[in-house]
Design a protein around this ligand. Structure first.
Ligand code: NAP
Length: 283
């Protein structure tokens, strides 16, 4: 894609940001659709985030921006408004320029549901789900599953108090979904959750080969589909175990691609070339 005087700009703000696959995904989308835009990584130290947002405001050819760790929550008060999704989550992963203002959006949860459907043939309605973790990703996943009609969610987290807080938060918004909290430790048995059909790892455990197991992986049964939000490495110890037990598995690449596809659609108004975006990061 040729860069010229009409090129629009998009960024991912993070710190560090060098590991991000978003530039690859979005540049592939611009190439596939012929949109004259460039997407760049922007390393922004936490104490310079407000200056970076000022920079975005000054950019008249801004197409949009993504926001990643550690800025997803810190950017909220620096923006002019939030979509209902970002407002509910208190976190932003996408910035939309709208009539000279910067509006924060969050496409993580909807992207997760799209990946679930595409990669595991799984619909949320009526589902019993275990989510490991109670941080930002777990919140987005839990909210999207509850909103889409999941019947029961068990939040298993190292810090039980944090799991309880998140369970109360989800239950208050989606009373039709039964949400409970459990303490996650290496001896924890997933088989104690009746009718479990989906397990989601929303912790960073598995990023490194030396990481300890999160629970007793031998307690997984083949009826449970397993999604690890980690995508590098492409197969974590959890996914390896789950696959060996006969479970259908997916890593976090699908969620990454779909949250990016939704951002692309909101920035450009065009359907996202999801296949091209996925092919660009296929491992
Ligand atoms: P976060 O807000 O920092 O939350 C991390 C969670 O993991 C917390 O619940 C924490 O438990 C738990 N945890 C951390 N270290 C642990 C350990 N050693 N043992 C057990 N639990 C541990 O992080 P996040 O933003 O939710 O991200 C979580 C993961 O999802 C990351 O790997 C991230 O890369 C991935 N992610 C992927 C996508 C995607 O598009 N595929 C999108 C978002 C996030 P405590 O509460 O006890 O500290």
């Amino acid at each position: 894609m040729r860069i010229d005087g009409h090129t629009k700009l998009a960024f991912v703000l993070g710190y560090p940001v060098a590991h991000s696959l978003s530039p690859v995904i979005h540049q592939a989308a611009f190439a596939a659709t012929g949109i004259n835009a460039a997407y760049l990584p922007w390393a922004v130290a936490p104490d310079r985030l407000s200056e970076a947002v000022q920079g975005l405001r000054a950019m008249e050819n801004l197409l949009g921006a993504n926001v990643t760790v550690p800025h997803k929550e810190a950017i909220v008060p620096l923006l002019d408004g939030l979509t209902p999704e970002a407002e509910a989550l208190g976190a932003v992963n996408t910035v939309l320029p709208r009539d000279g203002k910067l509006v924060g959006d969050n496409t993580d949860g909807t992207g997760f549901l799209a990946a679930l459907r595409e990669e595991l043939g799984c619909e949320a309605a009526g589902l019993t789900v275990v989510i490991l973790g109670a941080g930002g990703a777990a919140r987005a996943v839990a909210m999207s599953l509850a909103r889409a009609g999941a019947q029961r969610i068990v939040l298993a987290n190292r810090s039980l108090d944090r799991a309880r807080d998140l369970a109360r938060w989800v239950a208050a918004r989606y009373p039709a979904c039964a949400v409970t909290a459990q303490a996650l430790q290496t001896e924890w048995q997933v088989s104690q959750v009746p009718e479990i059909r989906l397990l989601v790892n929303a912790t960073p455990v598995g990023l490194h080969a030396s990481d300890p197991r999160l629970f007793d992986y031998a307690s997984l049964s083949a009826q449970t589909k397993v999604c690890d939000l980690i995508y590098s490495p492409p197969e974590t110890a959890l996914l390896r175990w789950a696959r060996s037990r006969g479970c259908r598995v997916a890593n976090g690449l699908g969620m990454l691609v779909h949250q990016g596809a939704l951002a692309f659609e909101r920035w450009t108004g065009n359907p996202a070339p999801v296949q091209a975006m996925r092919d660009a990061v296929r491992i």
